[in-house]
Design a binder for this molecule. Structure first.
Ligand SMILES: [Ca+2]
Ligand SMILES: [Ca+2]
Ligand SMILES: [Ca+2]
Length: 350
């Protein structure tokens, strides 16, 4: 992921990745970096992205006005050209109609992209998207007039406009993050202290105090449960807000609660279901879930004694992560929301 620079705008972070990748590779790389290929929600976001691309960033080794992540990188239009885009330069952004010709959506949020948006290319020769040759299903953000060479007299589009182009083009990409980033070093992937990891042998990740605290990351909105005083003290204030005791660990808890770190979403997933735990560890499609070990012990939801506290698991469609709630008031609010899917009682605490 060679990011040449990062920026913040309107509460979101952005990075310009100067690798040469197909759209699919760029999409996966963006997700691995904790973001997604940029979704340009309105004209002002498009204008912002124009401003960060207006000057090819070269000669960084001599520019000491900014603390670039890697001064050996350069951003030259000639290194990110799409032959089927009129031989002009583009960067990948997150739109596609690969699943359904002519129906454009943003890949991360799955929201539609209107083909009447003013950002689609247009000129004296025609307009985009044109699905040229029937093989153009991915969205390029134009860096210059196309076809190349028609400066001031665009044929199909100009700098800052969009073209549907072929996925196999090897282009740079704009990655968007749902949180602010350090403009010198990018998203902070290490703000969460985690115990050493062994992917096969369960280890107890905390010394158990008997009280389980819920913490919320103020930047990402993600949640974490912890009974580990060291972990709680380390991360509280460092982007995480301690919401207090959620429930207590049953002294006679009969089920191990396992914790995974979802490295794509930078969020935590918990399960007391051994079959689910083993499936996640062994299924290659969950290879981005890193097994951290046993968080603490709980009651099985089927055999929990009366008076124990049910922990309800929700899936948050807006962040693709889980939220766990012990508050009936919170649950009544979440159940009204179309963003949260109630997955039922996951386990019981005391
Ligand atoms: Ca956006
Ligand atoms: Ca198409
Ligand atoms: Ca096109």
């Amino acid at each position: 992921m060679p990011f040449i620079r990062y920026w913040n705008h309107n509460g979101h972070g952005y990075g310009l990745d100067v690798s040469n990748m197909t759209w699919g590779q760029a999409r996966d790389s963006a997700v691995n970096a904790g973001g997604y290929l940029a979704e340009i929600n309105d004209a002002s976001e498009n204008e912002f992205i124009k401003t960060i691309l207006v000057d090819p960033l070269s000669g960084l080794a001599e520019d000491f006005s900014f603390n670039y992540p890697d001064r050996s990188l350069s951003f030259l239009y000639s290194n990110t050209v799409a032959p089927d885009g009129g031989g002009a330069a583009y960067v990948w952004i997150g739109g596609t109609d690969a699943g359904n010709e002519g129906n454009w959506t943003w890949d991360n949020s799955k929201t539609p992209i209107s083909t009447s948006r003013a950002e689609w290319g247009s000129g004296i020769l025609g307009s985009e998207p044109d699905n040229n040759n029937g093989t153009q299903h991915h969205l390029g953000f134009g860096l210059e007039d196309w076809p190349a060479g028609r400066y001031g007299d665009p044929g199909f589009g100009e700098f800052g406009q969009w073209n549907d182009i072929n996925e196999s083009n090897l282009l740079h990409s704009i990655v968007e993050f749902d949180f602010l980033v350090d403009e010198s070093s990018g998203p902070d992937q290490d703000s969460i202290s985690t115990a050493s990891v062994n992917t096969t042998t369960p280890v107890n990740i905390g010394f158990v105090e008997g009280k389980i605290y819920r913490l919320r990351n103020s930047l990402t909105g993600r949640f974490l449960f912890s009974s580990n005083k060291f972990e709680i003290d380390t991360i509280t204030g460092n982007g995480w807000i301690n919401e207090g005791i959620s429930y207590s660990e049953p002294s006679e808890g009969d089920k191990a609660l396992h914790r995974f770190l979802d490295e794509r979403q930078n969020s935590f997933f918990y399960t007391s279901n051994e079959a689910e735990k083993n499936l996640i560890i062994n299924d290659p499609s969950f290879s981005h879930y890193r097994y951290e070990g046993i968080a603490f012990n709980v009651f099985d939801s089927l055999t929990a004694p009366s008076g124990s506290i049910p922990v309800v698991r929700y899936f948050d469609l807006s962040t693709n992560s889980h939220l766990y709630s012990t508050s009936e008031l919170e649950q009544s609010i979440l159940d009204q929301s179309s963003v949260y899917i109630n997955e039922g009682v996951a386990w019981h605490g005391a």
